[in-house]
Design a protein around this ligand. Sequence first.
Ligand code: MG
Length: 412
Amino acid sequence: MTDAAARFAVGARSHAGMVRTNNEDAFVADAGVFVVADGMGGHQAGEVASALAVDTLKGAHATGFVSVTDLERAVRDANSAIRMHAAESAERAGMGTTLTGLVALEPHDDDPTPRLAVANVGDSRTYLHRDHRLVRLTVDHSYVQELVRTGQITEQEARFHPRRNIVTRALGIDHNIAVDAWVRSCVRGDRYLVCSDGLVDEVPDHEIAAVLDGVADPQVAADQLVEMANRHGGRDNVTVIVVDVLDGLDSPPADDVLPAGAVDDGDLPSTLDWADGPGVSADTTRVMPAQTAPATQVLPVTSTASVPSSGPSSTTAAIASRPRFGLPQLLFLVALGAILTVVIVVVVLATQDDPVSPVDTPTTGVVTTVVSDATTVTTPTIAPTSPVTVSPSVSTTPATAPGNAPAGSVTP
Ligand code: MG
């Protein structure tokens, strides 16, 4: 194996944040493995899941990764390890974790170029900082990312969305796990940022870029980013790894040109080689019981309330299927009420006994006739019978209402 450690300078820091008392994030930043995991699950299960993930990656990488397939396999092994541990304890049932980061690949005879492999599952992120620009390499597997992708909210709104903590993929949730993984050239001078959502939910990308641009020491940069997250509120655990590439290609290969976008464009470089794993996982959206801190939520996999059948696209379907009470429903209820009111009035008036002029009472214009007759209540000839002719249901005006006739009379 090559001495991967000599090819990188690394700074890393993890903090519980300003709200939560425990830290469910875990990371490894050593010997060519730079990975962050953000655990989720009650009773400290999140800490167990994230620790299992990074430990599994580190252990597997110690044997030497030569291709992105090795990284994908290690992520799947981590998924299996988490599920196995979850099955051993009721308190750990449903625990899971995100995972993102990069690992150094061993050169091989066919391709001696120094290479890195990047992987992502969930909503932790890996960025590349190059030529004073910060580009996000990973795409979040999250509810709000789907809202952004479909144009329903902006990136800025996503950072404060009340459901920003819902992820659509995570390790530990399902037997099958889809892993975003691909290979990048190892270019001297590149700086990578690997972090949990506790950083990006608090600190805008342009502020992150300013730190990575202005602070040479990766450990100082990591410390400053964590402190910035806490100053912005520290609503979640925050973990930051800053990786500087010291040895590699002198310049990026022609097919590794970053897109001409600004910081925080959220777009993937079109030149990246995506290698999504087979078998898109199902039931990976998790909603954890609400906590005071904005912890990632986990919904039991067996629940049918809002668990999509598969990844992001199913999340969109879930959004669309939620019941809503809109204008059409309101108009329908108003129309229904009006029809019922008319029917009741017509039936009551049509069936009442009119002793004054029953023959003249038409089947249409009943109200006019009755009102006309009722008006004659004050005449001496029909006054004695008038109370009898009035249906109680017609005299619906409250007797005590100001300016209305006494009870038992008919008001026009
Ligand atoms: Mg988090």
